[in-house]
Design a protein around this ligand. Structure first.
Ligand code: IYR
Length: 224
């Protein structure tokens, strides 16, 4: 069993505490402006910005550093159309039959329905896939560890990177999403994790007036 050679921690920066505090506050202020958007403009976004955000996502920590994710980036009208049609089939089932009354009640304030025009309007659909194991060239399988947690972390960084660049996102999870493997030619060994819709917001985009929990509602400190 070989191990990686080690190197000194590269590029670590320690800030004076006041600067640390300011940086933490600036970051919070920036991410606190992020809102999930469901109405997109069709304005194009340069591909290199998406590529850089994907590289940021790929810095996420992952189980045994096996980076168990794949991002399939869709820009073509024909593929978007297929994804929209397949997603709306599942969504119609979901809203008419599959969702419990409790789930529909929870969604009611968001005003969502089975119609998903943004899947054709937005310039980019990023299908995130989770790999439970890697398949080597000779067909051998290498098990991945914590693939769900790892892919969630990478997706969180992706959303944050796109927000920081000035784009908006929708985390969309038509369920089931197996159609994404077929349409995007991804192997059966990959599980579709979510579909991230991204671009500029529509000029008249509106969002529900939701609120975030306060710190004591979502965090606790144990000091002894
Ligand atoms: N996938 C459906 C339903 C839906 C589910 C959740 I959880 C949401 O936060 C929002 C919607 C849809 O996209 O309409």
């Amino acid at each position: 069993m070989s191990s990686y050679p080690t190197i000194p921690l590269p590029n670590y920066i320690e800030y004076p505490v006041d600067e640390m505090r300011q940086r933490a506050a600036d970051f919070y202020g920036d991410v606190d402006r992020r809102r999930t958007v469901r109405e997109f403009s069709d304005r194009p976004v340069p591909r290199d910005i998406i590529e850089t955000a994907l590289k940021a996502a790929n810095t996420a920590p992952s189980g045994a550093n096996l980076q168990p994710w794949h991002f399939a980036v869709v820009t073509g009208a024909a593929t978007k159309k297929k994804i929209r049609a397949a997603a709306e089939v599942e969504e119609r089932e979901f809203y008419a039959h599959r969702a419990s009354a409790e789930w529909l009640a929870a969604l009611e304030p968001l005003g969502t329905d089975a119609n998903k025009p943004f899947l054709e309007t937005a310039p980019y659909l990023i299908a995130v896939f989770l790999q439970k194991y890697a398949v080597l060239g000779d067909g051998r399988k290498v098990k991945h560890y914590y693939p769900t947690e790892s892919t969630g972390l990478a997706t969180g960084i992706l959303i944050t990177a796109l927000h920081r660049a000035g784009l908006v996102c929708l985390t969309h999870t038509p369920s089931p999403m197996k159609f994404l493997n077929e349409i995007l030619g991804r192997p059966k060994t990959e599980r579709p994790f979510l579909l991230l819709v991204t671009g500029y917001p529509a000029a008249d985009a509106e969002v529900p007036d939701i609120h975030r929990k306060s710190l004591p509602e979502f965090a606790s400190f144990i000091d002894d």
